[in-house]
Design a protein around this ligand. Structure first.
Ligand SMILES: *Cc1c(COP(=O)(O)O)cnc(C)c1O
Length: 414
């Protein structure tokens, strides 16, 4: 290849393994399943374990196939380093375990992936205070910050109601206060948005979703964007301060989070995710176009009470979404008018599949209050703006006219 530096998104992901050199000239990174690794001699083993030489120690802390995927995700997010985990929750859990101590305080968006919300409840029981705020307003975030605030945590487009955090202003606030800003980029993916651009220090991606895209492997990642000054973070142990300050955060997360809690990504899963990631941009173009078309169809239908999709002019953060993101995402949600049974409606769909994943190539649909948000109870649902009849759609890559016809038929029979 020539030495052009600024390849486009897809070119970069396709060719980055090969440009670094793959063993035996293989065009695709092989799946390395070995748990342990050999060394030239016993002294080299010691020096790899002491971090004086690069190399792999034990499969839980690193593996060549997993590190090739880490490199791909890192290229996508333009970070200084990326770690992969067994699941998205594994990545989020590791950051909290590795970086927070009793007495610390976190400001979190109240519009949050259900399991992240549940994880916060656990964290609170362990002595870390969490304030849930409306992250569409930077003022709400600012008002919640205390001397003990270590982390501000938000998602880009909230699932399922699609509220959009005031990402850039929250980034400015965190920078001014020296607080670590963590953005869960799962709903936008690095193709639509790079949290680094708004000053996020760490970026979470549930690779399970759109980055893998095929719904056949679980995985998660954390990217250090290089935007956060770790010398301002009081919870770094001396052990992890040996290298340059830019590496402190990930060094501690790799040891205290990934190594000690063990949510390591399997090499086979890393391979499946890497294959899917190659077509991320192509799939996002199609799913975003499908989602906009479907949102418009639903909004125009008299049997639909409300549609939540950032691509609609009626969405409260429509303009903000247009400024921040390349497109409006593949997730939408809607409420049917009173008197229409949402289960009967779902059962009339022929293509959209009742299931709980997101970012699959197939369109998936789920009645939120009765499933993924069931455990939290009606009161907390109401406080999060989740109506009992809310239906979430993760829009796939089906041909647009087929998808629209499926929903139109189901509505016409309602
Ligand atoms: C799915 C999801 C996660 C968790 O990812 P898993 O791989 O399912 O553990 C985290 N954040 C968001 C926004 C998600 O949609």
């Amino acid at each position: 290849m020539n030495d052009k530096k600024n390849y486009g998104f897809t070119t970069t992901i396709l060719h980055n393994d090969r440009r670094k050199g793959i063993e035996h000239g293989s065009l695709h990174k092989p799946v390395h399943t070995s748990v342990a690794f050999g060394y030239a001699d016993a002294r080299q083993l010691a020096s790899v374990f002491q971090g004086k030489e690069p190399g792999f120690r034990y499969g839980r802390q690193g593996n060549p196939t997993v590190s090739a995927l880490e490199d791909k995700v890192n290229q996508m997010e333009q970070g200084v380093g990326t770690l992969c985990f067994a699941t998205g929750m594994g990545a989020i859990g590791a950051v909290f375990q590795a970086l927070l101590r009793a007495g610390d305080h976190v400001v979190s968006s109240s519009f949050l992936f259900g399991n992240t919300n549940s994880l916060w409840q656990t964290t609170m029981a362990q002595g870390v205070a969490v304030s849930f705020v409306d992250a569409t307003s930077v003022d709400a975030v600012a008002a919640a910050i205390t001397e003990q605030t270590r982390i501000v945590f938000v998602e880009t487009i909230a699932n399922p109601r699609t509220q959009i955090a005031d990402l850039a202003r929250i980034g400015e606030l965190c920078r001014a206060r020296g607080i670590l800003y963590i953005v869960d980029n799962t709903m936008t993916t690095p193709y639509l948005f790079r949290p680094k651009a708004v000053g996020a220090g760490l970026v979470v991606n549930a690779l399970t979703k759109s980055i893998a895209g095929h719904g056949m492997a679980l995985g998660g990642s954390l990217t250090d964007t290089g935007e956060y000054d770790w010398t301002k973070f009081p919870n770094i142990y001396e052990n992890y301060k040996k290298a340059a300050a830019k590496q402190w955060g990930l060094a501690q997360i790799r040891a205290k989070g990934l190594r000690d809690f063990g949510a390591s990504l399997a090499p086979e899963a890393a391979h499946h995710i890497a294959v899917g990631a190659e077509t991320l941009a192509l799939r996002m173009e199609r799913t975003c176009a499908n989602a906009l078309a479907l949102a418009r169809l639903l909004e125009a239908d008299e049997r639909v009470a409300a549609v939540y999709y950032p691509g609609l002019a009626s969405h409260p953060q429509h303009k903000l979404a247009g400024e921040l993101f390349r497109s409006y995402g593949s997730l939408l949600s809607f409420e049917l008018k009173d008197g229409i049974d949402c289960f009967d409606f779902l059962n009339r769909l022929q293509l959209a599949i009742p299931a709980s994943n997101l970012g699959d190539t197939r369109t998936l649909i789920i009645p939120v209050a009765h499933t993924i948000f069931y455990e939290m109870g009606a009161e907390r649902r109401a406080s999060m703006g989740i109506a009992e009849s809310l239906i979430r759609v993760s829009v796939g890559i089906e041909d647009t006219e087929d998808l629209l016809a499926d929903f139109a038929n189901a509505l016409n029979a309602s």
